[in-house]
Design a protein around this ligand. Structure first.
Ligand code: HAM
Length: 428
């Protein structure tokens, strides 16, 4: 019978790979919590309107990439293409602005976009997402980019560059929209139909066009950064000063507009030249009108998301996968020894010592080969003779020393080795 494959662009994460994910998730939690962010989990399915209103009707994400569907009752729903709109929805729904403890949240999990899959671009991908509400202080802009830098550094990622820009407020955007529209009108024939449509609808979105010809025409387009008002310019200047104070190097990239409509003022991306076309490891920015536009109080917000697949691709370069292995293998020979060995294996696991055994009744030689492949620290060998004497062979796989000891003594020795030392991380 023909086997069933996973959906295109949606990947399994197998043992040998999952260790990277666990490491990234553990360090992300640690760093984000240090900066006062608390975990939040929202559903992967939301009402479609949340994203069309939050991210913007004329963005690629909403127009072309969303997994949108009607459920059995005809309700219009979507798989989340990002986390910000969902976190804002939860923030409003649960009245979290009244929470005196935290206004900063993070969320780890899968997102869905129907893009053409390639290296670093998938249809189900995962983000580390951070969001902070309630302050428009440029300190917070700098702090969140600093936090992103520390996160990537803790993970050991090098060779990435932080790009920053200011997208201004709705007022300066209005001025810029007209300037840009005029520029686009001048060369109307040269742009693709999508760009022409966007020119009238939402001109800033022409910068998302992937057609090369449009891209090269846009190189000479007027830049938003040149049109921002004095308040937005002052905000941006302070962000840069704080970033300098935090020794967080950055490049000003006036061409970076981000692919989502909700941004105001500071926008940023962390880019790499090591992933081909998919050069953004993470991105984010301020969204001072989003909470209000989604029906909440008029509170500012700022956040970012890092793509975990891209991050892990970069971290893995040149590094062998490190699979998690058990510490102890129990090799038993003969039915009654296997019977006893089964209970001893469970006892060791219950104590917290990762133990594996053979369930197939194979020869001692083949069990020892398996123990070798599993790279365990110790093997317990139990035969009928040892069993009759209440003893067991304990073999240290590093020193190759082997002792015949009472079962209780063997358990004590294993506890000594694996529970009394500070548990060493198996991961490099
Ligand atoms: P975004 O730039 O659309 O921003 O996505 C953030 C990151 O998610 C990207 O830099 C990339 O690493 C990863 N990513 C996006 N699409 C894919 C894909 N198809 N396959 C693999 N990785 C992908 C946002 O999503 C905003 N919500 C970020 C944000 C949070 N802004 C404010 N708060």
């Amino acid at each position: 019978m023909e086997s069933i494959q996973a959906v295109r662009g949606m990947n399994d994460i197998l043992p040998g790979q999952i260790e990277w994910w666990q490491k990234v998730e553990r360090l992300a939690r640690e760093v984000l919590e240090n900066f006062g962010y608390r975990e939040i989990r929202t559903p992967v399915v939301e009402k479609l309107e949340l994203f069309s209103r939050g991210i913007g009707e004329s963005t690629d994400i909403v127009e072309k990439e969303m997994y949108a569907f009607a459920d059995r009752k005809g309700e219009r729903l979507a798989l989340r293409p990002e986390a910000t709109a969902s976190v804002v929805r939860a923030y409003i729904q649960h009245n979290l602005q009244a929470d005196p403890i935290t206004q900063k949240f993070f969320c780890l999990g899968p997102m869905f976009r129907h893009e053409r899959p390639q290296k670093g671009r998938y249809r189900q991908f995962h983000q580390i997402d951070a969001e902070a509400f309630g302050s428009d202080d440029p300190m917070l802009d700098a702090e969140i980019m600093y936090m992103l830098r520390i996160l990537l550094e803790r993970l050991g990622l090098t060779g990435v560059v932080l790009h920053i820009n200011s997208l201004g407020c709705p007022e300066c955007r209005k001025t810029y929209r007209n300037v840009l529209r005029e520029y686009l009108l001048k060369q109307a024939d040269a742009f693709c139909p999508d760009c022409l449509r966007r020119r009238d609808l939402n001109p800033l979105r022409v910068f998302d066009c992937k057609v090369e010809r449009c891209q090269s025409l846009l190189e000479a387009a007027p830049m938003l950064l040149d049109s921002i008002c004095s308040d937005c310019a002052a905000h941006f200047d302070k962000v840069k000063i704080y970033l300098d104070g935090l020794q967080t190097s950055h490049v000003i990239n006036p061409r970076m507009v981000r692919g989502l409509d909700y941004y105001t003022r500071t926008a940023f991306e962390v880019v790499t030249d090591q992933l081909g076309a998919q050069n953004a490891v993470g991105g984010g920015g301020r969204y001072n009108g989003l909470v209000r536009d989604l029906g909440g109080p008029d509170l500012p917000g700022i956040g970012f998301a890092v793509g975990m697949e891209r991050l892990i691709l970069l971290l893995q370069q040149g590094q062998e996968a490190q699979r998690r292995m058990p510490k102890v293998f129990l090799a038993a020979l003969g039915d009654s020894a296997r019977h006893k060995g089964f209970f001893l294996t469970q006892e060791l696991r219950t104590l917290g010592i990762e133990t594996e055994m053979d369930y197939e009744g194979r020869s001692l030689k083949s069990q020892m080969r398996r123990a070798d492949r599993l790279n365990v620290g110790h093997v317990l060998i139990m035969g009928e003779d040892e069993l009759a004497a209440g003893r067991i062979q304990l073999r240290d796989m590093n020193s190759k020393e082997q002792f015949l000891v009472p079962v209780e003594k063997a358990i004590e020795m294993l506890k000594e080795s694996y529970l009394k030392t500070i548990r060493q991380d198996f991961f490099p």
